[in-house]
Design a protein around this ligand. Sequence first.
Ligand code: ZN
Length: 344
Amino acid sequence: MSLRSVSVLEVFPGRRAKNRLAVTAASTYFRFLPYLFGMNRYSLLQRLFLASVSGCLLSFSSCAQQVYEPNQILKDVETLAADSLEGRLPNTPGHAKAQQYLLQRFQSIGLQPVGVQFQQQFTFTPRNSTTPQPGVNLVGMIPGKSEKVIVITAHYDHVGIRNGKVYNGADDDASGIGAILALATHFQKQKPQHTLMFVAFDAEEQGLQGSKAFVANLPVAKERILLNVNLDMVSISEKNELYAAGTYHNPTFLPLLQQVKVPQGLNLRFGHDRPEQGHDDWTMQSDHGSFHRAKIPFIYFGVEDHPHYHQETDEFRNIHQSFYLKAVETIQKAVQVLDKQLPA
Ligand SMILES: [Zn+2]
């Protein structure tokens, strides 16, 4: 009789045996668990860390609240903010790489083009130039039960290379793009009430050019659009503060946003939208401004300025990953509340 086949209980009766049994069982479980999910032990630990950060331990594919991969979000930001994308200045090779990457992501998530393609071409004149240039917004959609539309946006361009230095634009606005891709992944699996349109704007840094062109050539009737939810810089905050701006202009959204169960460690603040705040009034400081000008309500999510703003140090290594993942979760929950409670 080989010792191996004798059960532990026969050899070690009583509590000690039971503990031993529990320990053996657990270590066997953890040795084989990664293989059940087709991953190695390292990525299991990594996922445990990220899952615990996002507050949903031991659920790898879906939580009660969100259905997206924290790893994928970080990978999207890291890819867009890579030196090889040269700071994503419009009409440069690095910018074209960003566009290709996003087209693949739109397809892999299963977004539908509104017309025949995701690309919405337009022409704009860059800052400090008189020569018109082509621009490309990327527009994808998830049909809802209602024809009414919530437009969720961020911008994929940045300022490029200056004095030989790449301005990577990790927070500005690769973080917003990572977030809208995560929300698209979520709502692709958890069908929304309203139709959701996801737009990666071009040429925001050139004076909100992409969103101006989009609002001037809306892919659906203006009456169908309920609001714009714009994300620009949502990944760096020493104070763990995420701002929702726009409730001053659209007070009906405030009680809805106040229902959001914010993940522990993140502070959701309302403000930065009053005219008397001057430079601290963010109403026209990113793409939601184009919607506001066209009298389409907006909510803008963003962080206060930080030392990396429009600096070469706005790199992937400097984003606050834990804060960022909580910010994405907060924004996803906010869109979920708006989707559920706004008229269909
Ligand atoms: Zn920006």
